[in-house]
Design a protein around this ligand. Structure first.
Ligand code: ATP
Length: 342
């Protein structure tokens, strides 16, 4: 492992912001820390950056403890949510700042700055000041400034969340391409599951100062460890065991053994088939057209359900429908809300 955090604990007074957290990042990997506001993501990033001290645990970079190294000696690049460029420096001076304080010769700095401006596709803005630029441009420059010094790790704290949707989507894919082409191990904090799914090689899902699940985007999406993860990944149709037993007991076929409130079923919107039927038990509430698919919201004996389909549908709002769901469509996940963990 390239970067390892072992058993990190951090308290603020009586509040435990991080409770025995262990994570790792491999060389070249893009890792997203994902979780709701206040779960400890930024605290963990700041501990790694050296901007906050650990109460217990350790952080290792290539097996060397980092605790003795102050932030500026760790060789990390950091980009924050607010663009945090130096307002009185030009774009070129901002990007070259880290090199200048490392006493790199002026000619080398100029060449590197030009190279980075090309890389972020803003070569014409070298002599502008940050106040003259859009949010997206400023954030690209903050990124160029962070990578100018060839950081050993790139730390991104919600770098896209202050941008509007279109700019955010563009910059998201640029970050992804840059990170891939440069191969810098990257840790990004986000509370946006779509962003994490689109960017990460590995997602670390956190809640209440602990890691709930770490794995590939596919693993978290298709095999959420708990109800909290399923909910947070935006997975629709979480149905409790009692309801399934009452409505369609054959769906319990693959359920693990355990008390009724120990597991709930996730049924993906694309795994439910609909057929119009006058005596059907479900009613179509709304049909939404999302361009490449249709999203249908139903009232059903299971409760409200969401169904998605790419094909044509022959039902209307207000119509009664029959549902087809197979036991294989149910992914059973631990119901962590039952334990009071969420
Ligand atoms: P957000 O997305 O809202 O920034 P987060 O997951 O990044 O959330 P953190 O910023 O790590 O969360 O904060 C975790 C918890 O620790 C929060 O409840 C926060 O109020 C608390 N906290 C963070 N920094 C301090 C501090 N310096 N003093 C006291 N409490 C703090």
């Amino acid at each position: 492992m390239y970067l390892t955090v072992r058993n990190a604990t951090k308290t603020y007074g009586t509040f435990t912001a991080l409770d025995d957290v262990s994570i790792s990042i491999e060389q070249g990997e893009f890792v997203c820390l994902l979780g709701p506001s206040g779960c400890g993501k930024t605290t963990l990033l700041r501990l790694i950056a050296g901007l906050t001290d650990l109460d217990a645990g350790e952080i290792l970079l290539e097996n060397e403890p980092l605790s003795a190294l102050p932030a500026r000696k760790r060789g990390f690049g950091i980009v924050f949510q607010s663009y945090s460029l130096f307002p009185n420096m030009t774009v070129a001076e901002n990007i070259g700042y880290g090199l200048k304080i490392r006493n790199v010769p002026a000619g080398d700095i100029a060449a590197r700055v030009r190279e980075l401006l090309d890389l972020i596709k803003l070569p014409h803005l070298a002599d502008n000041f940050p106040g003259q630029l859009s949010g997206g441009q400023q954030q690209r420059i903050a990124l160029a400034r962070a990578i100018a010094v060839d950081p050993r790790v790139l730390l991104l704290d919600e770098p896209l969340s202050a941008l509007d949707a279109k700019v955010r989507a563009d910059l998201r894919s640029e970050i992804r391409q840059l990170q891939r082409s440069l191969g810098i191990p990257t840790l990004m904090v986000t509370h946006d599951q779509e962003e994490a799914l689109a960017l990460a090689d590995k997602i670390i899902c956190m809640n209440h100062g602990t890691v709930v699940q770490a794995g590939s985007p596919e693993e978290l999406y298709h095999k959420p460890a708990t109800r909290f993860v399923a909910d947070f990944m935006g997975i629709s149709n979480l149905i409790d065991t009692g309801t399934i037993r009452d409505v369609q007991p054959d769906l319990l076929t693959h359920r693990p053994e355990g008390a009724d409130d120990a597991y709930i079923a996730c049924i993906r919107p694309e795994q439910i088939a609909l057929t119009p039927a006058e005596d059907g038990p479900a009613t179509v509430r709304t049909i939404g057209f999302l361009g490449n698919l249709r999203r249908i919201e139903l009232d059903s004996p299971f409760g409200p359900l969401v169904v998605e389909t790419h094909g044509a549908i022959d039902c209307r709002e207000g119509q009664s429908v029959q549902l087809t769901i197979t036991p294989e469509a149910c992914t059973w996940v631990a119901n962590d809300t039952a334990e009071g963990a969420v």
